[in-house]
Ligand binder design. Structure first.
Ligand code: HEM
Length: 135
């Protein structure tokens, strides 16, 4: 399975795949929980799942629209006070969540593609820290 096929599996899955992602993130990094007070975490998980399709689309196709989306998203995170060194924590917990979801299908090549895709997305989001991006 490659990353594009994995997104089809993620989007087609009945449950919300990353629903338990935040539990994992907060147990590894309790200091991050304060950002999410008063938010509906099921809604957050749903938005994150859809964002993963854009992460993959930007990685695989370099669509300008996905680049712009990621910069806008980054700028929103800048305003939320998310620090640059929070991103590797987020990436690690997310990759572990995907690994758990895909089970035996999580092969080294798929792991590499997701790592590269998330690194590219995070770099692009962080470009949104320097400039105001609005839709
Ligand atoms: C690959 C990295 C990340 C992706 C793809 C991502 C994706 C998203 C998406 C799609 C949303 C919903 C945006 C909206 O409301 O329209 C969101 C919101 C949020 N993200 Fe992230 N995120 C990432 C990294 C992080 C990190 C490192 C943190 C640090 C704790 C974080 C904290 C938040 C918070 C607090 C919100 C809610 C903002 C609000 O609605 O007030 N995110 N994120």
């Amino acid at each position: 399975m490659d990353i594009s096929a994995s997104v089809v599996a993620l989007m087609g899955s009945k449950g919300c795949v990353v629903e338990h992602f935040y539990d994992r993130l907060f147990s590894q990094h309790p200091e991050l929980q304060r950002h999410f007070e008063n938010l509906d975490m099921r809604v957050q998980a749903s938005m994150l799942t859809v964002a993963l399709a854009s992460v993959e689309a930007y990685y695989s196709q370099r669509f300008p629209a996905t680049e712009h989306y990621l910069k806008v998203l980054g700028h929103r995170h800048f305003h939320e006070g998310v620090q640059l060194d929070d991103y590797p924590k987020f990436q690690t917990a997310l990759v572990e969540t995907l690994e758990e979801f895909f089970g035996d299908e999580w092969q080294p090549d798929l792991a590499r593609q997701w790592s590269e895709a998330l690194e590219l997305a995070i770099k692009t989001m962080q470009e949104g820290y320097q400039q105001t991006y609005t839709l």
